[in-house]
Design a protein around this ligand. Structure first.
Ligand code: VGL
Ligand code: ZN
Length: 203
């Protein structure tokens, strides 16, 4: 189907076991995602891509613990362990991931603002350009997978639905961080936004 695209969120070393912000089982989704890539002519990868002085890093805030919260100019922001620093091995895609997508969209490169969503930065108004790219290519239906279900995947699928795309989340091709109930909140929000949640077998 030419109007459908597969969006693969942040399948990077730092989100896989052994990485700086490891998501349990993050590496388990690589093989199924590669299989899924055979089914879609249009594939897009996202890559979390932070400068060393990024404000989402706990170690850029004196005395702040990883996973604590700050109030950023655009609202609450989790302080993460330093991860996905531009050009490092941690920011690289998992070495087994098939990387021949049409587009790689990098996000989180502005020091003062985090970007979970593939569509908007965390102020919910600065666009990444992805929506325009998809529209110009005539894409209206998205199948989305990746890491982490309750952060970058959540914000990406919800934004996609709000932008009017038909959105399907393949849940067994995602893994979650699950910080303070964030997975349950993510599922509730995705359901409310009209996102279809399926397994790969049901696709
Ligand atoms: C992510 C936290 C910080 C993600 C990225 O890809 O879900 N989570 N940066
Ligand atoms: Zn990040």
């Amino acid at each position: 189907m030419s109007n459908q695209a597969l969006i693969i969120i942040d399948v990077q070393n730092d989100f896989c076991p052994g990485g700086a912000l490891a998501v349990a089982g993050g590496d388990e989704i690589v093989a199924p995602i590669n299989e899924l890539q055979d089914w879609f002519p249009i594939r897009i990868l996202t890559q979390d891509w932070h400068p060393a002085d990024h404000q989402s890093f706990a170690d850029n805030h004196e005395g702040a613990a990883p996973f604590s919260m700050i109030e950023a100019s655009y609202g609450p922001q989790v302080l993460w362990p330093r991860h996905c620093v531009q050009g490092t091995n941690g920011a690289a895609f998992h070495s087994d991931l098939r990387v021949d997508a049409d587009l790689i969209i990098r996000k989180g490169f502005r020091p003062e603002i985090d970007s979970y969503s593939a569509f908007f930065e965390n102020d919910h108004e600065t666009p990444t350009g992805l929506a325009g790219y998809l529209r110009e290519r005539g894409v209206d239906s998205l199948v989305m997978v990746g890491l982490a279900t309750d952060f970058c995947v959540r914000f990406s699928v919800v934004d996609a639905a709000k932008l009017g795309f038909d959105v399907t989340l393949v849940e067994d091709c995602c893994r979650a961080i699950d910080l303070d109930g964030s997975l349950a909140a993510a599922i509730e929000e995705m359901d409310g936004a009209g996102v279809r949640r399926v397994t790969m077998a049901a696709l």
